[in-house]
Design a protein around this ligand. Structure first.
Ligand code: UDP
Length: 382
């Protein structure tokens, strides 16, 4: 299949994977360098894990779980807005704590959601005395506080928000067993901001992520082929450059072992209701086996007499059985990754990128930024 697409003069680029990383690098090579690009994906759809589709009720479902675009990068935001517009959705997450739906990241309002007023007032005063307003404190930092009241609060947040959710999500691992950057994604907010993200730009593409990625790939120099798998032997094909955005251990047939990822699965339920939970995402740190419930219709404020929810369950990743979602980054897996990375450097025209390729817990904007950086390197001839 791929053999038929190579040209003898080695003028064609190959991009493996049609998610954000692959689509953006293909677009830049096609647009700015005016070179030919073939984009392949082993799945039958584009957009990687941001893939969405409208179901029979007219509700846009995020097949691989909620994707909320947020960024502080002007260049990433401007790039995407050339290919689709975004609504002004700002993500707010509720977590069920002691049976109460409370605002997370834990912020000053959350004090009043979960504690009696007098205690909430005392804790608020202590927080404002000890931390700068608007600062963000990772829970593992916050736990180091010397003040007794704040120590009580830190233990409360750790036990009620982080401990059990993290164990469910990361196969039994407590927060301190993971890289600190994981729990730091959801810091304690010393403010009344109830949004999940504080980025300058946030929103959901009004025509969906799939359409957005389709537009990024829509260029006369780009040829897109789905249901095409890339194999290690294909690295020998005379493409000008190969951009690989899949898992690097899979590329090298798991030669040194399997890189650890977490996977997730979804149980869908449809209800004859305008709304099931009046919020896109509700987390259940301490109850049930699922981590959270997504109610998709709220992202694009879609009207329907029915609603669809998805209960998210975290599972071990097994190659060939389910999809890799979250890299489990620790010293051991970093070492394993480096072995594969070294192997990849033997191929001079091979560029690795993407959440799977780089084995990094990228958000969508970081994956796009990385594609920009790879492109800049190529332009500068590095
Ligand atoms: N987390 C938690 N409780 C929550 C939300 C998040 O313990 O209610 C921890 C958990 O370890 C999770 C990490 O913070 O894996 C990052 O959460 P985030 O919402 O960023 O995860 P994503 O949306 O990428 O799945």
């Amino acid at each position: 299949m791929l053999e038929q697409l190579v040209s003898l003069d080695q003028s064609i680029n190959l991009v493996v994977g049609a998610g954000f990383s692959g689509a953006v690098i293909a677009n830049l090579i096609a647009n700015e360098l005016n070179e030919q690009v073939v984009v392949i994906d082993k799945k039958s759809h584009i957009a990687g894990n941001s893939y969405d589709f409208k179901d029979e009720n007219g509700i846009t479902i995020h097949k691989y779980g909620s994707h909320i675009f947020h960024t502080n990068y002007d260049d990433v935001w401007q790039f995407l807005n050339n290919y689709g517009s975004f609504n002004t959705y700002m993500h707010r997450v509720l977590a069920v704590i002691d049976g109460i739906k409370a605002s997370i990241p834990f912020n000053i309002n959350t004090l009043y959601d979960v504690f009696p007023n007098s205690l909430a007032i005392r804790l608020e005063e202590k927080l404002l005395k000890n931390f700068e307003y608007n600062s963000k404190i990772p829970i593992m930092e916050f736990q180091k506080t010397a003040d007794d009241d704040l120590k009580f609060l830190a233990d409360f947040i750790y036990n009620k928000v982080f401990l059990n959710y993290t164990k469910k999500q990361w196969g039994g691992a407590a927060p301190e067993m993971l890289d600190g950057s994981v729990s730091a994604r959801v810091p304690v907010l010393i403010s009344k901001d109830t949004r999940y993200f504080q980025d300058k730009y946030q929103g959901i593409p009004v025509n969906g992520y799939t359409k957005l990625v389709e537009n990024i790939l829509n260029h006369k120099n780009i040829k897109l082929l789905t249901d095409v798998k890339f194999l290690k032997d294909d690295l020998r094909l005379p493409f000008k450059r190969i951009f690989y955005t899949g898992a690097i251990d899979e590329l090298f047939n798991y030669e040194y072992g399997i890189l650890p990822f977490r996977s997730v699965s979804f149980k869908y339920e449809t209800y004859d209701l305008e709304s099931y939970q009046n919020n896109t995402v509700v987390n259940y740190p301490n109850n049930y086996d699922f981590t959270r419930i997504h109610e998709y219709k709220h992202y694009l404020r879609e009207k329907s007499s029915k609603t669809v929810i998805a209960k998210e369950f975290s599972t071990d990743f097994k190659p060939g059985v389910n999809e890799p979602y979250y890299p489990v980054v620790n010293d051991e897996s970093k070492r394993l990754y480096e072995c594969y990375k070294k192997l990849s450097l033997e191929y001079k025209n091979l560029y690795i990128l993407g959440r799977l390729g780089d084995f990094k817990y990228y958000d969508m904007d970081k994956a796009i930024r990385r594609a920009f950086e790879v492109f800049d390197m190529i332009k500068k001839g590095i």
